[in-house]
Design a protein around this ligand. Structure first.
Ligand code: FES
Length: 360
């Protein structure tokens, strides 16, 4: 094991090592300094080829520079792709399927750029920065002023010995790569718009749309809802809308819960005759920040949101009785159709879900 206290500069040929230096089977020098009693058992220190061969050091410098240069170029290519590849252009990737050309291009260029910067930094550290082994003495958390001054001096020496000033090509390409990297954030700005306008104001609930159980999509008759029970439901037209749009966007707004109370237990509703024989229908999406709510206490008729404990009294217009939600849970007016299945009387009369100022 060897403990060296100074950096081995590339091309120095291990000058700082004493006469105990030897060569291994590959001709690479190894140092066989005296055993360190404080850290016995560590493998013998080996000088890297870049420590003893100036050509190897130069080659490593070029490799690192190439990686940083790629890191500098990819944000520019990324930006060009962001501008010129249409958002709606799809391409077929074998084994993966159809995907957005823009997303794929942006992801690949960003991934390549970040990878090259990271790989360049690692390669630099492993091949060119000083390779020394030192014993780290335990010490109090705050050093003395002298120690702190020494640390600063050592840091500055480290900066100098890292070659940041010496390897101009590496320094410039690294600065170029780091300067260009913020371009990766440009697409984030795109996600700030457009404003949702009235998109969040309406759902696909409409007059006569049947209320069906979530997952199994079975239509429901009033007698299917037990007193004190709660059933999670969606509109019957949800599957068709999802198929037509190819997205799950509609699903975010439509989940509802059905609960059955005795008519005399209902203290108030958000509209006249919005229940059907004591069956009430409320949005399932919490008006705080949008968690699905389905914890129901049949005695108090309270609906509890598991996220931050907002509690809504379903027997009293869905008013908030506890928690951070600022709005009542929106109620959906229901009735039955000619076949006796529960249906909506129309859409919600207020937006469901969280209350954003930019709701439009
Ligand atoms: Fe329901 Fe916060 S999301 S209380």
């Amino acid at each position: 094991m060897s403990v060296n206290s100074e950096a081995a500069a590339p091309g120095s040929g291990g000058d700082q090592h004493d006469a105990l230096d030897t060569q291994d089977a590959h001709g690479v020098e190894t140092s066989a300094h005296a055993q360190n009693p404080l850290a016995p058992g560590l493998p013998e220190h080996r000088l890297r080829r870049t420590d003893i061969d100036p050509r190897a050091a130069k080659r490593a410098e070029r490799q690192v520079s190439l990686l940083f240069a790629i890191g500098a170029l990819t944000p520019i290519i990324f930006f060009i792709g962001y501008v010129y590849i249409p958002n709606d252009k799809l391409i077929l990737i074998p084994l993966i399927g159809t995907t957005s050309a823009s997303n794929l291009f942006l992801g690949l260029t960003m991934g390549l750029g970040l990878f090259c910067i990271g790989a360049g930094a690692i390669h630099w550290a492993k091949k060119l920065m000083p390779d020394v082994e030192e014993v780290a003495e335990r010490h109090q958390i705050r050093g003395t002023d002298a120690e702190r001054d020494l640390a600063v001096a050592q840091f500055n020496a480290g900066v100098e010995s890292s070659g940041f000033g010496q390897y101009k090509l590496i320094r410039r390409t690294l600065i170029g790569a780091l300067a260009a990297t913020p371009l990766f954030a440009v697409p984030l700005l795109k996600d700030l718009g457009p404003m949702p306008a009235t998109l969040l104001r309406y759902t696909i609930w409409a007059k006569g749309v049947r209320i069906v159980t979530d997952v199994s999509l079975a239509p429901i008759k009033p007698e299917d809802i037990p007193f004190g029970g709660l059933v999670s439901c969606v509109p019957a037209n949800l599957a068709a809308v999802e198929k037509a749009t190819g997205t799950l966007n509609a699903r975010a707004k439509v989940p509802v819960v059905l609960v059955r109370l005795r008519p005399e237990e209902i203290r108030s509703q958000q509209g006249k005759n919005w229940d059907y024989q004591g069956i009430l229908c409320y949005s399932k999406i919490c008006t705080h920040v949008g968690c699905p709510t389905a914890l129901y206490d049949q005695k108090s008729h309270h609906l509890l949101c598991p996220c931050h404990q907002s509690t809504f009294d379903l027997a009293d217009s869905g008013h908030v009785v506890f928690g951070p939600a600022a709005r009542s849970m929106p109620q959906l007016a229901i009735t039955v159709d000619a076949e006796g299945y529960l249906v909506a009387q129309g859409d919600f009369t207020q937006p469901v879900g969280p209350s954003f100022w930019e709701r439009g």
